[in-house]
Design a protein around this ligand. Structure first.
Ligand SMILES: *[C@@H]1O[C@H](CO)[C@@H](O)[C@H](O)[C@H]1NC(C)=O
Ligand SMILES: *[C@@H]1O[C@H](CO)[C@@H](O)[C@H](O)[C@H]1NC(C)=O
Ligand SMILES: *[C@@H]1O[C@H](CO)[C@@H](O)[C@H](O)[C@H]1NC(C)=O
Ligand SMILES: *[C@@H]1O[C@H](CO)[C@@H](O)[C@H](O)[C@H]1NC(C)=O
Length: 254
């Protein structure tokens, strides 16, 4: 297999609009919050890879990156009495179903997944004003996802699901040069008999002011990334700079 090539012709144009538009959130940061976090991580996952990791539960996954969650680093379950209420996000449901589906249980409603994301992560994010209700937390996450527009960007630069492999460095460079920050890219390591890692998640990090920042890796973060919901994300790890498979289908044949 020879590595597929990424095309950089149109780098930087679309994505830059985002940063300029998004610097206007201000709020008072309380130093007295008991649940302290420093950054938010917007996690996209590739539904085909999620399905590969959970083959019995899943069919016909979306062919676009969907939202896994918006996670404050370091903390979770910050308010166990603030229960999820799907009625509070009624207006968002069409977008929620499209962009934030429970990819493993697509034929049922996604309420259990959203409840989990709210209770584990949303209740912590809610310590800042722009995210301090269920409607704001889910709505703002959808907003950030749509502004990043990762799917369109990847297609524009020619990075699409393929039976040829990509160099991870090409994917990283394409993302970094577009967004101006380093994302964290996670892969499923090669299983025995497989040649290559499989791309699984792309994480973008934001400050408390909801501005993009670099993602940095630390022990504490990799701990809290594990075991989220039932996606078996603990099998993912930071991608190595090697050939990478970006699969179009759950099942593939050598
Ligand atoms: C937890 O959530 C409940 C319900 O929204 C709220 O009344 C309470 O003030 C919250 N507690 C903290 C510590 O934020
Ligand atoms: C989704 O399913 C749960 C049970 O798992 C049910 O309680 C809830 O009302 C359903 N929500 C919608 C919007 O259909
Ligand atoms: C990256 O390489 C390390 C060391 O060889 C390995 O332990 C890890 O599983 C690899 N990660 C991926 C995603 O392949
Ligand atoms: C992100 O890191 C790069 C170097 O890796 C640095 O040049 C850049 O200024 C950083 N950006 C932000 C927003 O911190």
């Amino acid at each position: 297999m020879k590595p597929a090539t990424a095309y950089y012709l149109i780098l930087g144009c679309f994505c830059l609009a985002f940063y300029c538009g998004c610097t206007s959130y201000t709020f008072l940061e309380s130093e007295l919050q008991p649940h302290v976090w420093k950054k938010l991580i917007l996690v996209h996952h590739w539904p085909v890879t999620v399905c590969k990791m959970n083959e019995n539960d899943c069919n016909d996954p979306p062919q676009y990156w969907t939202i896994h969650g918006l996670w404050p680093d370091k903390v979770d379950d910050c308010n166990r009495t603030w229960h999820f209420d799907v009625n509070e996000i009624k207006d968002l449901l069409p977008d929620m179903r499209q962009y934030w589906p429970d990819v493993l249980h697509s034929s049922t409603n996604h309420t259990q997944f959203w409840k989990h994301e709210w209770e584990k992560h949303g209740t912590c994010a809610a310590t800042v004003e722009p995210l301090n209700s269920q409607k704001k937390y889910f709505g703002k996450t959808l907003d950030l996802y749509q502004k990043l527009d990762l799917n369109s960007y990847l297609l524009k630069v020619g990075i699409k699901p393929s039976s040829t492999y990509y160099q991870m460095t090409a994917i990283k460079e394409a993302l970094t040069s577009c967004y101006g920050v380093t994302p964290k890219i996670q892969c499923l390591p090669p299983k025995e008999g497989e040649e290559v890692q499989i791309i699984g998640q792309i994480e973008f990090c934001f400050t408390k002011e909801l501005e993009l920042r670099n993602c940095t890796h630390s022990k504490a973060e990799s701990y809290m990334m594990q075991n989220d919901w039932h996606f078996r994300t603990e099998e993912l790890s930071v991608c190595n700079d090697t050939l990478t498979y970006y699969p179009a289908q759950v099942h593939f044949y050598h």
